[in-house]
Design a protein around this ligand. Sequence first.
Ligand code: GLN
Length: 229
Amino acid sequence: DSANTEEATGTLTVATEPAFPPFEFQDENGELAGFDIDLMNAIGETAGLEVQFESLPFDGIIPALQAGTVDAAISGMTITEERLQTVDFSRPYVKAGLAIAVQADNTEVATLDDLQDKRIAVQIGTTGAETAAEIPGAELSTFDSAPLALQELANGNVDAVINDAPVTLDAIASGNIDGLKVVGELLTTEFYGIALPKGSPNVEVINNALMTMMEDGTYAEIYQKWFGE
Ligand code: GLN
């Protein structure tokens, strides 16, 4: 099994889908920015690896890991049983969860039950899409990115979006998307992990770096920068 005996390489090619602020996005200069980007760069520094990002569509990330065309992925990706069948994950680095967004003047929707037979926009390949697919009678529209799904809701073409709460809240708070609100409780508790090809020697390298950064304050500093807590 060659994958298990490979040495950690000097450069880590890391996939990300950069339309998921505040975790990953392109800033006004077209540069990658966000919590995940800072975290991954700090992991590289801590572990003595050069990090080279590669932008991919979210639903192309796991296939790229399986094909071995990238060494890792950091993309607000939830650690799920299903994904663990095909890739490995680092230890969890962020706690998140799904939330329902509706138009700001909507008074009908607060729970998943209220979404039966409604039109819902989701991002393809995500835990939000999976959750929406289980709602009886719901009509799903799928988009390549979360901002596109949220814009569809702002345009009034769907009744709701199911997406990661921190990302939807950031879109509303930043003014990137107008006229929306988050309703009800979080639908899930999810943990993000850095995904790697099965058997990658870099799982341990990344976990050790994360552990060091959680102990020496580097993680807290990056968290504070993006979430202010
Ligand atoms: N956390 C969600 C998932 O893993 C969404 C991730 C994303 O859109 N970048 O499916």
